[in-house]
Structure formats: structure tokens, C-alpha cells
Design a protein around this ligand. Structure first.
Ligand code: HEM
Length: 226
């Protein structure tokens, strides 16, 4: 019974993220081909490379938000190993390019919220690139325990951009937008650029530890050696 809870929660998350995914893909696609500098603060008439980087990161990030959790479902991992393997390379590449696109944009233009937001988004982008490369490295190294642990971290990071908007939605519904402003420099804005991924990564670490040696061969090997 309980083994259905995580897959069901994953599918619910995927379904709830659909409007954001469509928004991200649509904005990225439009920004890739049209000049949106009049209508969006993200795009700038004098920065074609930064525009392309951020547009590509939105399109790839949208695909990643959907694909990473689906890839982690037991039915895909266990029943469709060939699909899981091939999709894994594509998803990891999308994650690296999403992170790299965001980092390139930060380097070129910074973020709307200034250095604090730029710093935490940059940490987010680096974390995503590290997680994606570690997932593939440990899969090729046939260390499935480490592969799974990094896959959990990558899924958390993949859905974090959606959670960032969920936090805003809930906060604005509850407070009408207290401690938040258009420059993203309010106390809530400053907390949310950390809170949209760091606490979830910590929860993932707790989950990985609680799974224990029985479900984690790498830890079992370490325990035996000790
Ligand atoms: C995980 C998938 C991701 C999706 C779907 C996504 C989507 C988006 C979207 C739609 C925007 C435009 C703002 C909005 O309409 O709300 C945006 C902005 C931005 N994203 Fe991402 N993103 C993702 C991951 C990342 C990562 C990993 C980074 C890290 C480098 C990043 C950095 C940025 C930056 C710097 C901006 C502009 C911030 C500003 O100045 O307002 N994104 N993203």
C-alpha cells in the first residue's frame, strides 16, 4: 500500500506543474524567435545571447520539470529499463543545459533581485549541473545506490522551479504579498530564493538516510567493511 504513495504523489506533482510547464515552454519558445523586450523584463533588446540562453533554459527546464519525476517512477525504472536508460541521458543533458543557460544569463545580465537572488540562483544552477553529471557518472560506474541517491537530488532540483512559484502563490494567497515587491528584495523574496530548493534537498537527504542499509547497497557495503 505505502509503496504507491510516492508514485501517486509524484504523478500529482507532475499534473499540478503542468500550467507552469506550459507557461515556461511558451515563454521560452516565443522569446527564442521574437523580440519580447517590450513585454517581458527577462528579455532585452540589446542582449541576443542572454535572451537565447534564458529562452533555451525555459524550454529545456519545462521538459525537465515533467520528465525527471516521471523517469523516477518505479514502473519506468523497473519495467522499461531501455527507455529509462536512453531517457536518462536526454534528461541529464537537459538538466546541464538548463543550469548552464540560467548561469549564462546571470553572468550576462544578473537577476531582477540583485546579488542575493543571483547568488542563490547560481548555486541552484551549479547544483543542478553537479546532480545531473553525478547521476550519469554513477550509472556508468554501475554504482546503483549512488546513482539513485543523485537521481533523487536531481528530481528535487528539477521540480524546485515549480515549487518556487507554488511558494509565491501560497504566500500571496495567505498574505496578499506581504514582504514581497516587484524588485524581489522583500524579506519573503529573499527567503524564497533559498527556500525553494535547500530545505527540499535536506529532506531528500533525510529520506535517503532513513531508507537505511537494507535498501541502500552502497551503505550496506560500507557497514560490512566497518
Ligand atoms: C528546472 C526547470 C526550470 C524552469 C522550468 C525554469 C523556468 C523559468 C521561467 C519560466 C523563467 C521566467 C520567469 C517567469 O516567468 O517566472 C525563468 C527565469 C529565470 N531562471 Fe529558470 N527555470 C528552471 C531552472 C533554472 C535553473 C536551474 C536556473 C539556474 C541557473 C535558472 C535561472 C533562472 C534565472 C536567472 C531567471 C531570470 C530571473 C530574473 O531575473 O527574474 N532557472 N526560469
Amino acid at each position: 500500500m505505502t509503496r504507491w504513495i510516492l508514485p501517486a504523489a509524484t504523478l500529482l506533482l507532475v499534473a499540478l506543474s503542468l500550467p507552469f510547464v506550459l507557461h515556461a515552454a511558451g515563454l521560452g519558445w516565443s522569446g527564442m524567435w521574437a523580440d519580447l523586450s517590450d513585454t517581458s523584463r527577462i528579455f532585452h533588446a540589446d542582449a541576443p545571447l542572454a535572451n537565447t540562453a534564458i529562452a533555451a533554459h525555459m524550454i529545456l527546464g519545462a521538459a525537465l520539470t515533467l520528465a525527471a519525476p516521471v523517469q523516477a517512477l518505479p514502473v519506468v525504472r523497473n519495467r522499461l529499463p531501455g527507455v529509462h536508460r536512453r531517457a536518462g541521458y536526454v534528461i541529464a543533458l537537459a538538466a546541464v543545459l538548463t543550469g548552464a543557460g540560467g548561469l549564462a544569463y546571470i553572468a550576462a545580465r544578473g537577476t531582477v533581485g540583485g546579488w542575493w537572488m543571483s547568488l542563490w540562483f547560481a548555486i541552484y544552477g551549479v547544483a543542478m549541473i553537479v546532480a545531473a553529471t553525478q547521476v550519469i557518472y554513477h550509472a556508468l560506474d554501475k554504482n546503483m545506490a549512488r546513482h539513485r541517491a543523485w537521481a533523487v537530488r536531481l528530481v528535487v532540483l528539477a521540480v524546485a522551479s515549480f515549487l518556487y512559484r507554488v511558494h509565491y502563490g501560497l504566500w500571496y494567497a495567505a498574505t496578499g504579498g506581504a514582504a514581497s515587491n516587484e524588485a524581489f528584495t522583500g524579506a519573503f523574496d529573499r527567503i524564497n530564493v533559498v527556500a525553494f530548493f535547500v530545505p527540499y534537498l535536506l529532506l531528500a537527504e533525510l529520506y535517503l538516510r532513513r531508507r537505511g542499509p537494507r535498501r541502500n547497497p552502497a551503505r550496506r557495503a560500507t557497514v560490512r567493511k566497518a
